[in-house]
Structure formats: structure tokens, C-alpha cells
Design a protein around this ligand. Sequence first.
Ligand SMILES: Nc1ncnc2c1ncn2[C@@H]1O[C@H](COP(=O)(O)OP(=O)(O)OP(=O)(O)O)[C@@H](O)[C@H]1O
Ligand SMILES: [Mg+2]
Length: 399
Amino acid sequence: MEWTKKYRPKKLDEVVGQKTVKDFEKWYEEWKPKKKAALIWGGPGVGKTAVVYALANEKNLELIELNASDMRNASGIEEIVGNSSKQMSLFKRGKIILIDEVDGISGASDRGGVGALTKIIKESRFPIVLTANDAYNPKLKTLRNYCELIKFTGVYLRSIIARLREICKSEGIECDEKVLDIIGRQSGGDLRSAINDLEAIARGRKKITEEDLKALGYREKKQDIFEILKVIFKTRNIRNSIEILRNSDKDPDEIFWWIEENIPNEYEDMREVAKAYDYLSIADLFRNWVRIRQNWRFKKYMIDIMCGGVSISKKEMYRKFTHYRPPNRIKMYGTTKLSRKQVGEICERMSEKLHVSSQIIMREYFPLMKILFKRDEWKKNIIEEFELSKEDLKMIKEL
Ligand SMILES: Nc1ncnc2c1ncn2[C@@H]1O[C@H](COP(=O)(O)OP(=O)(O)OP(=O)(O)O)[C@@H](O)[C@H]1O
Ligand SMILES: [Mg+2]
């Protein structure tokens, strides 16, 4: 089991570093029909979803999760939020309804979007919790009136380190304090990414030293990389996009991998994602030519295309906060031995549906799937389409 799941808080007081957990509990205790929903908001990996699970677990509630696409099916939802008294007698346990990541929901112009959600909040007989990265997203403007806002901050470094230390202890791993400190700093308050990093680094080790970190190419966060990415991803002005990298002392090769990692974190429209990767693949050709022919003129083209091309791949700027993640190259080193048989089985199943050879699936589909897995709705579709089990998923991720 992934460590973030294994160490998911089971009780409210296991959610660390968030002062507003108390407000959330109070909101729940005082909730009555027609009262406001709770909107927990904050950066990624800080415990928003986890706190709802912890509450449900601690109070023995049935947790019902709805996602944005469910909003289109209003009648189904009515059943869940329970307007019939029948339901109450059927379930003695209380219920709590979680609608995770509401910023992903489509706007008021869409009949099934925010409008439907406000109606549900007004009529629900059970408390509803929403989560979002940014409560002040214009899309959520009306919705905010029906919610009590609960803000989650980035988890303090101290709390992150303490949590990592606990995990090491219970996994029987000996880890240098300095290592925990570096991982904690790198996470920028995102406890999930800190736990994931620790897990990747600890794979196959019982002892982790600073040397191990270095061997894995794990570097401390460089703040200005985030600034560069922000410009490339947010602007549509080609010149600005190119200049930001040209004027920095950052290695374009390194930025290349950061862009590659983060395209699907920033862009939401599939076509934009595809376009951005198209540009990146052209930039990649130039990148190789620089290396093979030692011709530095190509470096200029590489930068122009990877910055400018990616910038103009979107129709308009996404007004949201994106937590840019470092390129995930640590995992490549930690890859566990895979069973050929299992991979073969997944390929076979997919090749029947797709009418392409297993080889093509290995070479072209798996890498693409790994990128698509970054967005939950795409992931869900793929899992359903190819009937992938948890093990299959893990295997593909590790390939
Ligand atoms: N404050 C916290 N206390 C304890 N564990 C945490 C906390 N924040 C994150 N975690 C760990 O990270 C995992 C992921 O956190 P969670 O799913 O709550 O993030 P989130 O805030 O909902 O992020 P996102 O915006 O990406 O959905 C949890 O399962 C848990 O292991
Ligand atoms: Mg969440």
C-alpha cells in the first residue's frame, strides 16, 4: 500500500499542522438541515480530503463521495442527499457527503454545474463538505455564499518532519535528520509529496543517509524554477515566455523536464495538453541535436519552442494556483522488479481492445497513460475502459 494511504489520518487529531480542524469539527457538530456546507480549501497535499475521512472514521459516519460529473445527474443525487424518510430508517449510521475538488466543476452556464450543487446544498438532509484549492476561484463565487470557509495552510516544516520521522519509525527505517529536513523543505508544505518522496527514497533501504539522497539526484528546491514555470504556463506572450528562461541562469535541460512533468498539472483541456506535448517533442529533437552535433544554435530553437510553444498551447490562462512538482526522476531509480507475466497480461487485454500490438502498448500507450493518470477523471476513465486492477495500475506507474 502507498504510504500516503497507509498513513492517512484515522482520527481528527492525527491531521497535523492545521489549526482549523477544530472549526471543521464544530461545523459538523452544529450542522442541521439547511445549514451551510463546509468548504475546505488550500494547497495540494495538506490534508483536505484526509480530514473528511478522519471525521467519518472517528464519528462512524458513512462517507459518500460525489464527483463533479455526478452533478449532471440530479435525480441520482437527490436519492443520495435523501429527501425520502425511508432512507433514514434504513441507515442508522449518520452520513456525510464529500464533493472533492469542486474547482474542477464546470461553471454556471452548464446546467449540471455549480447551479445544481447549490441546490443540493440547500436541500440536503446530510452535511456536505466541499474541497477546493482556491476558494476565491471566480467559478465558486455564488457557491461561497452557501458555504462556511475553512482554510488549510501549507503544513509547517516542523510538523512535516515530525510526521516523516513517525513513518520511518513505524517502517523500521533509520533516517538522517538532515534527510528529513531536505525532504520537508523540498515539499513546500505539501505533506503528501513529502511522504511520497520519502517512500521513493526508502525503497529497498533500511537506512537513509544524505549520501543516498545525492546518489538519487535529489536536489533541494530552487525557488526560481517555480517562477520560470509560472511565466511559461500562465502567459500567452511568446516573447515573455522565452525571455524568462533566457535571462535566467537555469539549465534549459532541467527546465525541459520540469515542463514535461507539469503540463498536465496546469492545462486541463486535453487538446491543450496534446498540443503542448507536441511542441515539447519538437523541442526534444533540437535538444538531441545539441547533444549529438554539439551545435549550440539548436539550443536557441529548443528554448524558443519549449517555452513559446507550451505557452501558446492554451486558449487562455488558467486562473488557478498550480503546485508545480519536480520531475519525477527519483522513482525511475527505485523501480521494483516487475513480473513480466503480469505486464504481458495487461498488454494482451489492452491490445484486444485497441487492435495494436503489445509492443506498441508498451512503447507508446503506457507512457501516455502515466501522464493521463495525473488527472483523476482521465484516470478513472482509463481504469474502467481497460478494467485495470490496483496492481495493474501500480505496475504501469512503475514501468
Ligand atoms: N495535515 C495532514 N496531516 C496528516 N497527514 C496528511 C496531512 N496532509 C496530508 N497528509 C497525508 O497526505 C495524504 C494526502 O492528503 P490529502 O488527500 O488530504 O490532500 P489534499 O489536501 O486533499 O490535496 P489535493 O488538493 O491534492 O486533493 C494523506 O492521505 C496523508 O497521508
Ligand atoms: Mg484532496
